[in-house]
Write a protein that binds this ligand. Structure first.
Ligand code: F6R
Length: 364
């Protein structure tokens, strides 16, 4: 039931603080703030490589996770969309963890990739929201997200819950690999537990975002830019906008702008910049200047510090709470979801059932 919400997508966006907290509860030992994983009968410390395979939004969660696995656990990560992975004859070395991410657990390409990896002797990890799904049944390491049923075709709450699980897994793997001390693990867990409140703070900007949707609705094309672990969020923002508002959108790594897409910039192309303050911020500011010099209209999503430094001259700004970089991808998911949602509402499209899309893609 939608309750007081107009659409399932809106309801599911607003459920995120609750369902992320719920998901984290099953991945954290309350007593000592360390990561709790389901009981498994193999040695995670032996994992030499992680291969992540997924589709769509779940794939973008995997892209964020690649940063975490490599940064924390120093384990090399290969990642691909399932439809490509299946047919490219990937090299799967012994001792590899193949990790599949899926809301439904039924996506045909992802499931076929899983079976391929299983036959090749990989350990099969599955991050999945539907506990009774085919993927859940075939997992060696089953990592459920507790987002609850996701009805809106555009994935929202499943994504942030996937990120929560993947961050916990990355920290756990890092500990097992001897790359992370107990105290560091506790720090990571502490930051993860800050996510629900930060998601709430992000949701507080719902009305501001609704108010700027009319700036995006008339656009034919929209660009999203992000760096580091927030780059996949730019891809996710573009996908969300495409799906529900039918506006053409592309996500780019900020630094790639000058290698092509900058040719698209004019007054008619809004550029959504996702940039929490931090060591990479200066670089993004210079990318923004390049956009502005060409008449581009920027919507800057950043924290108070970032907006103070670079907010002036933007068409609009959206203020996020200042958060630890680990949880920024979860928090910055909210404004891109809301921007897509409200833009679709302005355009009057069918938000929960966008044309041509199915919730679960069970055919190739
Ligand atoms: C985007 C979206 C799709 C799914 C993709 C994978 O909003 O919903 O891109 O993320 O079809 O689906 P699952 O996660 O069920 O495997």
């Amino acid at each position: 039931e939608k309750g007081n919400y107009r659409h399932f997508m809106q309801k599911e966006i607003f459920e995120q603080p609750t369902v992320v907290a719920q998901t984290l509860r099953s991945y954290v030992h309350q007593a000592n703030n360390t990561v709790a994983l389901p009981q498994i009968d193999f040695d995670l410390s032996a994992i030499k490589r992680v291969t992540i395979v997924a589709c769509g939004t779940s794939y973008y969660a995997g892209m964020v996770a690649k940063y975490w696995f490599e940064h924390f656990a120093r384990v090399p990560v290969d990642i691909d969309v399932a439809s490509e992975f299946r047919y490219r004859d990937p090299v799967l070395e012994e001792g590899g963890l193949a990790l599949f991410i899926s809301q439904s657990g039924e996506t045909a390409d992802t499931l076929a990739a899983l079976r391929h990896c299983k036959a090749a002797g990989q350990t099969i990890g599955v991050v999945v929201n539907v506990p009774t799904s085919s993927m859940a049944r075939e997992a060696d390491l089953l990592l459920p997200t507790h987002a609850g049923p996701e009805i809106g075709v555009a994935s929202t709450k499943a994504f942030t819950c996937q990120l929560a699980v993947l961050a916990a897994l990355a920290a756990h793997l890092a500990v097992k690999k001897g790359r992370m001390k107990r105290t560091e693990e506790q720090e990571v867990v502490k930051h993860l537990l800050e996510a629900p409140a930060a998601l709430n703070a992000a949701l507080d900007h719902d009305e501001d975002i609704a108010g700027m949707a009319h700036l995006i609705a008339p656009a034919r094309d929209v660009l999203y830019l992000g760096r580091g672990p927030d780059y996949p969020l730019a891809l996710e923002g573009a996908l969300k906008l495409k799906e529900v508002s039918y506006i053409h959108a592309e996500g780019y790594a900020s630094g790639e702008m000058k290698h092509g897409p900058i040719a698209l910039i004019d007054e008619a192309v809004p550029v959504i910049v996702l940039a929490p303050s931090g060591p990479l911020f200066e670089k993004t500011v210079s990318n923004m200047q390049e956009v502005r010099a060409r008449g581009g209209k920027i919507v800057l999503i950043s924290d108070a510090e970032g907006l103070l430094e670079a907010g002036e001259g933007c068409m609009a700004t959206i203020q996020m709470p200042k958060v630890h970089p680990l949880i920024a991808p979860l928090v910055y998911a909210v404004p891109v979801q809301l921007l897509a949602y409200h833009t679709a509402c302005v355009k009057g499209t069918d938000v929960d059932q966008p044309r041509n899309l199915a919730k679960s893609v069970t055919v190739e």
